[in-house]
Write a protein that binds this ligand. Sequence first.
Ligand code: ADE
Ligand code: ZN
Length: 341
Amino acid sequence: MTTLSCFIAGLPKAELHLHIEGTLEPAMMLRLAERNRQPQPFPDVETAEKAYRFNDLQSFLDIYYRSTEVLVTEEDFYDLTLAYLEKAASQNVRHAEIFFDPQAHTARGIAFATVLRGMEQACTQAHRQLGISTRLIMCILRHLSEQEGMAMLHEATRWKRWITGIGLDSSERGNPPSKFRNLYREARREGFLLTAHAGEEGTAASVKETLDLLHVDRIDHGVRCMDDPALVEELVRRAVPLTVCPLSNVKLRVFGNMQEHNLKAMLEKGLHVTLNSDDPAYFGGYVNENFTAAAEALELSFSDIVRLAENSFNASMLSIVQKKIHLLELADYARRPAPGN
Ligand code: ADE
Ligand code: ZN
């Protein structure tokens, strides 16, 4: 391990952009397919891994939705969530805000309660045994209608104790934020914290429209905002967090390679960037691999890395007191001499 990856490994951090369905590793996918007597999406782990070559967001989503079909029972959602939380805790993630896509499951006849109960049990157990805290963010699939999304929102209001936020994911192209204006108005009225994917395959205008029409608390990805200097200024002034996912962006060809990623430029502009793994089973790494890949390719400094971790706690849905506790631990860690020095 290099000094840098060693420092990243020990760094206390929060993960704020993580789709639980995107943590379905090929081995678990095959195991669940067998357990549920479902058709195997892929004959073996090697074939699954070989299929994970994407040209863009849509080619990824096609495989992602197909693979989720192995998730059927409460136990499946529990196993999936616990496996992620164990991995996250091993990477010194102290707090995780987890997206889930209920419409990908209810459309197959899986009850909303099955998904939520499985996830919630894993979150409770991981908190007790590993000390990692969690929040759940229910994502609305933007390729479906607002009316269908609204039905999910009504379901979520019955489970408010367990669901903290509402997000928007799936195909950005052709599904603008304006399509979900009423849904976000209602979600805000219900007291949910709001986030939405924007400026991933979409443009800076998509980020601007997400801010202006959906009144979100943060933006997922948002990397395209850099094409509009006035928008960058507004995001900095309003301290809007952006949950950036570098390995995902390279895999989905948002950037040609990691050296071309604009994360460092975003930090230099003063944007409130956080670093996350998105769909780690598909994109080649969990949060620490994202930190290391970005830090090496973009020559991030130790203070850039600490700032990303600070931003992750500040941008979270935790209380002020909880944030403070994590930030104190982080400051203490950052003060220690870097490993190897
Ligand atoms: N669903 C899962 N991962 C996603 C991503 N990166 N963008 C949009 N929708 C998603
Ligand atoms: Zn995402």
